[in-house]
Design a protein around this ligand. Structure first.
Ligand code: 9MR
Length: 389
């Protein structure tokens, strides 16, 4: 079905190109992409996603010295027993998808509401799971009062107070903190690669250093992470981002700022063919050579542009998981893999990248009935293949 669609599109494109005599390179790129996609589809259909046992993902990862976990939402975990059971069964670590962000934690400029995140921290304790923090400094998910309140006089104090209070609240119980999230954006054309955020605007470029130092003082025993997206593909945009992130990390390390790891979000697309294992591996080893660990923090595979039939769709998604993780796990500095959710019932992609055919998105290891899918097999296989840390 996909091939027919692609073929039809291809003829249209050729026809248009021939007629107009312009845009040849755009058409060339598009054809090349579709050709590659057809190859991927053919390849994934013939792939064998067999696994050797039923052992859970967390257990398989642990055998290799890796930690597997998933993002969770308090409302879902507290109301959906099947989800809760699956999380406890498959995972060794959880991270709140929403509840540790400013819009949840900070109802007013002078107060904190820890209740939803505390519920999750308690869930992790009761079930022997590690707990991860996301995120102390971000330019999104800010409370409504934020833009009306922040200015260059109070920004530094506001940030320090937030970090100190929140990090101390969970000190001793947190595996790692995403201290700063998504601070780099070369599209803003600054020489330091920083994104133009309110934090940069009101505090200045040392807001990142201030944040890491404050987090370290408040909990000297947790792993402090810089977390970002758009780092994995062989595109100009991702290349620029990789370079800018490396520069930031080098700079922080050269100043002895307490930073311990890079979080690579890894929001992948089932439709994207521009993954270059060598370039990606080189980036990972450059990060590792700075003495940093690496976490795959928010992995999922968008299926919005893939065929409807899950006989075709699932193997493509699974293939992307297996190919990416196999490469990433070759780097010994990678210590952890988290998917951005566990079940297709709870994924940001249902809203953010819905399918045109309105079918349920199938981007995570378990389906909406908490049944394992080929994506689960793919992740399991990558863990099984990984060398022990
Ligand atoms: O998945 C999250 C979505 O449900 C929230 O609405 C959004 C704002 O809080 O954040 C999403 O998670 C993002 C994460 O915090 C940072 N990296 C990108 C994730 C997807 O947008």
């Amino acid at each position: 079905m996909l091939s027919r669609k692609i073929f039809g599109r291809r003829q249209t494109l050729l026809g248009l190109g021939g007629l107009a005599g312009i845009g040849a390179s755009v058409i060339g790129t598009e054809l090349n992409k579709q050709y590659k996609l057809r190859q991927i589809q053919r390849d994934s259909q013939n792939r064998n996603f067999k696994v050797t046992s039923n052992t859970a993902l967390g257990q398989r990862a642990a055998t290799k010295g890796l930690i597997y976990g998933a993002a969770v939402r308090q409302y879902a975990l507290s109301s959906d027993t099947k989800l809760a059971e699956s999380v406890v069964y498959e995972c060794k670590m959880i991270v709140p998808e929403w509840e540790l962000k400013w819009n949840y934690l900070r109802p007013t400029p002078t107060s904190f509401n820890f209740a939803p995140a505390d519920w999750l921290a308690d869930f992790s304790r009761r079930n022997g799971l590690l707990f991860r923090g996301h995120t102390l400094v971000w330019h999104e998910a800010l409370p409504i009062w934020f833009p009306k309140t922040i200015n260059s006089k109070n920004a530094r104090q506001l940030l320090l107070e937030h970090i100190t209070t929140v990090v101390k609240h969970y000190a001793g119980h947190i595996h790692s903190w995403d201290v700063v999230n998504e601070a780099i954006d070369p599209r803003d054309r600054r020489s330091d690669g920083l994104k133009n955020t309110p934090w940069l605007q009101f505090i200045g470029q040392d807001y990142i250093e201030i944040a890491f130092s404050a987090a370290a003082e408040s909990d000297p025993n947790t792993l402090l992470v810089y977390n970002d997206y758009g780092l994995q593909y062989d595109t100009h945009e991702h290349e620029a981002k990789r370079n800018a992130v490396l520069k930031l990390l080098e700079n922080l390390k050269s100043k002895d700022i307490p930073i311990h790891a890079l979080g690579i979000q890894s929001h992948l697309s089932g439709y994207e063919t521009r993954f270059n294992p060598d370039k990606f591996k080189k980036f990972l080893s450059e990060v590792a050579s700075l003495g940093l660990k690496i976490l795959i923090t928010e992995m999922d595979v968008a299926d919005n542009k893939l065929p409807s039939d899950i006989k075709f769709r699932d193997p493509i998604v699974a293939g992307v998981y297996e190919d990416y993780l196999s490469v990433a796990l070759e780097e010994p500095a990678v210590i952890s893999v988290l998917t951005w959710g566990l079940s297709d019932s709870y994924t940001w992609l249902s809203q953010n990248k819905p399918r045109k055919d309105q079918a349920t998105v199938r981007t995570l290891p378990l389906d909406t009935q908490m049944r394992r899918k080929l994506a689960w097999n793919a992740i399991a296989r990558a863990f099984d293949k990984a060398t022990k840390r």
